[in-house]
Ligand binder design. Structure first.
Ligand code: GRF
Length: 202
């Protein structure tokens, strides 16, 4: 069985969408894959409570590695890798995980580390993407699923979806429209990755 580990920092709605898709679309049967664990860098992350609830129903482990307890990024990443490696992941999924990872961490999971970013990359890497898209007068906004490399919000693009920017949009209304797309796109992109890698294994 290929284990998937999901890293979160916040609401966890992408994580929940992935967990639901894995069940609904029978990833275990189709790809020999399962969501093994959800790891948060914040004990108070809303997504963690959600993950705990899902854990009961879906047999998913949960863990917290609080970044504030570590003196350096390297020390945090080392502890994070330990928590992740306890589940021997075939795929590590960043789902609203709001920490910049060290090159050492990224290199350790090269080729099996994916992220979702709420913009049409390579446009608007970094934070506040929705406000920046509105300020730039963009007529569409987007979400990108990509492989993670050492450069922030770069790396080979796996999937993208686009939504309109409406004349009276605020960052919040636009974020909501994009998030609904994220919930469709991320599970689809992961299923695509799993199906490609199963082909290579066969
Ligand atoms: C998403 O918009 C994601 O693209 C961004 O942060 C948000 C996380 O939402 N990086 P959630 O925690 O999955 O609900």
């Amino acid at each position: 069985m290929k284990n998937i580990v999901i890293l979160i920092s916040g609401g966890g709605s992408n994580m929940a969408a992935i967990v639901r898709a894995a069940e609904r679309d029978r990833w275990a049967e189709r790809f020999g894959a399962r969501i093994a664990a959800v790891v948060s860098n914040k004990a108070e992350a809303g997504g963690l409570a959600l993950a705990k609830a899902l854990a009961k129903a879906h047999g998913i482990a949960t863990a917290v590695v609080p970044h504030k307890e570590f003196p350096t990024r390297e020390a945090f990443d080392e502890a994070l890798a330990k928590a992740v490696d306890a589940h021997a992941p075939a795929l590590l999924v960043l789902a609203g995980f709001m920490r910049i990872l060290t090159p050492g961490f990224v290199g350790r999971y090269a080729g099996r580390l994916v992220n979702i970013h709420p913009s049409l990359l390579p446009a608007f890497p970094g934070l506040n993407t929705h406000q920046r898209a509105i300020d730039a007068g963009c007529k569409v906004a987007s979400v990108t699923v990509h492989q993670v490399t050492t450069e922030l919000d770069h790396g080979p693009i796996l999937a993208q979806a686009v939504v309109p920017v409406l004349p009276d949009d605020t960052a919040a209304t636009l974020a909501g429209r994009v998030l609904a797309q994220e919930h469709q796109l991320y599970p689809r992109a992961i299923a695509g990755w799993l199906s490609d890698t199963s082909c290579h294994i066969r």
